[in-house]
Design a protein around this ligand. Structure first.
Ligand code: FPP
Length: 237
């Protein structure tokens, strides 16, 4: 499909939804859907890199997802861990920077270590920011920023009057990335589900009935062409 690169979003957020339904439709356990979902994640990340999207965030696991049955949580963690093991091989995305959004505390020490190392080895890469939101919640993101503000005030680094949008933005998990301007949600749902609520204040929302495991580069092209035609007014006229 023909794409207008001048009208690319600077930051796409993907809410990877519909894995469970994809599997159920095929009479398979939900975990099969997550496995295919992880493949879709690889496919779409690779495509975003190839066409030159500068910032992408994939919502992999929310602060609320821990309430799912243990077997399902374990299956998602295994898939995520598999990705952590392969992500250090930057052969197909040499100059991409990896960032994990969310509180890393609940993960195993081993997984935590891998995330920290991947962030460290890729921190000077500047072709693309790849963020994976795990144990992420938009509200939690803001709570974390507020805690940082309180700490800075207590330690005398900032004054009350220094608190503004810029300061809060700089303290969010996404501090290294620009605001998200396109949120893509497959599987027909039309909700944000606690995804980047601060950063998506002016984002365009795109949804499709396609389930995430079936999401292809062609589907992304459709979303990009749709985005290119939106008239973004940012509260103006
Ligand atoms: C939402 O679909 C999906 C999740 C909660 C998990 C997403 C996880 C992956 C794609 C795999 C691991 C991630 C990486 C980065 C390798 P759902 O289960 O809510 O689907 P449903 O609404 O159809 O039930």
């Amino acid at each position: 499909m023909l794409l207008n690169k001048d009208k690319f979003p600077v930051h796409i957020g993907f809410i990877m939804d519909g894995n469970g339904r994809w599997a159920q439709k095929k009479g398979l356990p939900r975990t099969f859907g997550h496995k295919e979902g992880a493949q879709a994640f690889r496919r779409i990340l690779k495509y975003c890199y190839e066409i030159g999207i500068k910032n992408v965030t994939f919502y992999a696991f929310s602060t609320e997802n821990w309430s799912r049955p243990k077997a399902e949580v374990d299956a998602i963690m295994t898939l995520f861990n598999d990705y952590l093991d392969e992500a250090g091989d930057f052969s197909d995305k040499k100059d991409a920077r990896l960032i994990f959004l969310g509180d890393k505390a609940p993960f195993s020490p081993d997984m935590r270590q891998k995330m920290i190392e991947l962030e460290k080895v890729s921190e000077n890469n500047d072709a693309m920011n790849v963020a994976i939101a795990v144990n992420y919640g938009g509200r939690d993101d803001i709570v974390y920023a507020v805690r940082s503000v309180v700490k800075m005030i207590r330690e005398g680094f900032v004054k009350d009057e220094d608190i503004n949008e810029e300061l809060i933005t700089s303290l969010l998990y996404t501090k290294n990335m620009p605001d998200v301007d396109l949120v893509i949600r497959p599987s027909g749902e039309k909700r944000l589900s606690n995804f980047m609520i601060w950063q998506s204040a002016y984002a365009e929302f795109y949804y499709t009935d396609v389930l995430w495991p079936d999401f292809t580069p062609n589907e992304l092209d459709k979303a990009l062409n749709d985005f290119a035609q939106r008239n973004r007014r940012f509260g103006g006229v």
